[in-house]
Design a protein around this ligand. Structure first.
Ligand code: AKG
Length: 253
């Protein structure tokens, strides 16, 4: 998804159109994922005015869409205003339109001054979708392997990663996502924005990676809806083949 910085109206219209296109696919998706801060982009200096108050508008859209289309949604993340604080928050909704998780980014990215304008979350992104344990991390969070490992140790079999990750760090994005999938032997489902805001350009390359580290689908730098089919038994097979979780020696490190 491309995002128009500082223009939630434009972004809501764009997102609704993409959602409609996504559910027209055959087969219909079980889960839809979209990118980080899709409502405002990184309009940090105006974020207090632009953020969605208590996420009400976003939640109404995502809950209604999930229920009407019987689809699970990992709602990217949005700029969410809670009292005088703005957080970068993911909402997850199940097929009944019930909210199953909220996760606010816990590692703020100082290279882009996030810590000056946003508050970090203080809880992990752990939830179940139709009985499948899953985790969520946002963008810069993937540089922290201990977070992904914690989610995996707690049972996650899929890690969802919405992002706004720009050039020139495509190499980091691909390598870190693959490492998180391989080391934790779980699916990684990532969605990164495309387009340009000011002097920053975002390369997309959303990816679904399996627990063996194979890339099942990867986008390019243009807006697109990508599809992949995952087999959760593959998590069990890979963990049995190379039993990393049994071979850990955590008392030594
Ligand atoms: O870690 C990076 O290189 C990019 C992170 C980022 O852009 C973000 O978290 O918003």
């Amino acid at each position: 998804m491309d995002i128009t910085i500082g223009e939630p109206e434009t972004n809501f219209i764009r997102l609704e159109k993409l959602l409609q296109d996504a559910v027209r696919n055959n087969p219909k998706p079980d889960v839809i994922v979209f990118p980080e801060m899709w409502n405002t982009g990184y309009a940090l200096t105006e974020i207090q005015e632009l953020a969605d108050v208590n996420g009400e508008r976003t939640k109404a859209l995502l809950s209604g869409f999930a229920k009407a289309n019987h689809v699970n949604i990992i709602g990217g993340s949005i700029a969410e205003k809670k009292e005088d604080r703005v957080l970068n928050t993911i909402y997850a909704f199940d097929r009944e339109g019930m909210e199953v998780a909220e996760y606010s980014k816990i590692h703020l990215f100082r290279l882009m001054d996030e810590e000056k304008f946003l508050h970090s979350g203080d809880q992990l992104g752990q939830f179940e979708l139709e009985g499948v344990p899953a985790g969520a991390m946002i963008c810069y969070d993937i540089r922290f392997p201990e977070l992904a490992r914690k989610l995996a140790l707690d049972g996650a079999r899929i890690l969802f990663v919405p992002a706004e990750w720009p050039h020139p760090r495509l190499h980091h994005w691909r390598t870190l996502l693959m490492a998180r999938a391989i080391e934790n032997q779980m699916y990684v489902v990532s969605c990164n924005r495309v387009g340009t805001s000011g002097t920053t350009s975002f390369f997309g390359h959303s990816m679904v990676i399996d627990p063996w580290g194979e890339v099942l689908v990867e986008g390019d730098e243009t807006e697109a809806i990508l599809h992949a089919t995952i087999d959760l038994e593959e998590v069990v097979r890979v963990r049995a083949k190379i039993p990393v979780f049994e071979d850990r020696r955590p008392h030594l490190y």
